[in-house]
Write a protein that binds this ligand. Sequence first.
Ligand SMILES: Nc1ncnc2c1ncn2[C@@H]1O[C@H](COP(=O)(O)OP(=O)(O)OP(=O)(O)O)[C@@H](O)[C@H]1O
Ligand SMILES: N[C@@H](CCO)C(=O)O
Length: 325
Amino acid sequence: MTSTRAFTPASIGNVSLGFDVLGAALAPIDQTQLGDWVEVFDAAQFSLTQDGRFAHKLPADPQGNIVTACYAHFQNAMQKAGLTPLKVRLHLHKNLPIGSGLGSSASSIVAAFYALNAHAEKTLGRAPFDKNELLYMMGELEGQISGSVHYDNVAPGYYGGMTLMTGEHSPIAIQLPVFDNWYWVSSYSGLSVSTAKARALLPTHYSLADALNFGRQLAVFVDSLHSNNQSLAAKMMKDVIAEQHRKVMLPEFDKARAFSEQNNALSFGISGSGPTIFVVTDSLQSAQVIEQWLNQHYIQNNDGFSHICKIDTVGTRIILPIGNE
Ligand SMILES: Nc1ncnc2c1ncn2[C@@H]1O[C@H](COP(=O)(O)OP(=O)(O)OP(=O)(O)O)[C@@H](O)[C@H]1O
Ligand SMILES: N[C@@H](CCO)C(=O)O
């Protein structure tokens, strides 16, 4: 029986300064597999099975799992393209906590589409959909979950690295250079924050000053990445859109920022819609001190965890089932 297993890394949406338009994929430096994987098996009848640390928090009925919706969407797209739908079943390994700010639903969505496309390639001899077409479908499914289409988790999870959304149909996203000496400490408190609810906290209008700051920061940040001006890039990483409205949901947020800033943090912010926070530093020693503090003070229960990460530059990839590695 042939099968195809795809892994998608966790990601940081917004990266403080790019609400909905900037995202970055994460790779823990201790090689922990921080992300979901989906495996496609040949089968006469569709089914979805699941396991993994956070599988018990998913809807009990597979019909409520976004991976089932991905399967249906992919089969429709195959039909529309004049191709024979696949005869397959799926298995989801749910590593990422739900409503975490780590791009949890995006990780399942991207892994599902990638694995389905790669599995179809085995029989067709070519991938039915190109990268941009697949990313478009991923964005549509992410939109079904959070109530509005935003690519800042699906794009970095798929392509890897740091991605900037264009607002255009093609290309939807472009990749930016990254500083490979930066450490990204990511700390999940163990609580769950619904993306849709966190979006509902935001105002519908912003001031002219906020709009000017948002545009200036994003432009200078991108230029700083290209010119390798690390201190200027870090200074631009300020959230003028979401943080002030969302941080009320995050216990110990201000204390965590203060401790990080006293310990060489270049930047500190909410990962996506939270409650995960991230801290950037160029010193491994500082990253370790900050991670330890966050483990003791930011994490609220046994579901929480922290990782010292670098940017994952690979993105979604085929991985071998255990035993074949
Ligand atoms: N495979 C899946 N992974 C994650 N959530 C899923 C999945 N399938 C269905 N869901 C449902 O989708 C919703 C996800 O909500 P939400 O968008 O707030 O979380 P998220 O995508 O996990 O968050 P984040 O991007 O902040 O990590 C939950 O109601 C969850 O039960
Ligand atoms: N850009 C989205 C990311 C959600 O993970 C938001 O902040 O609402």
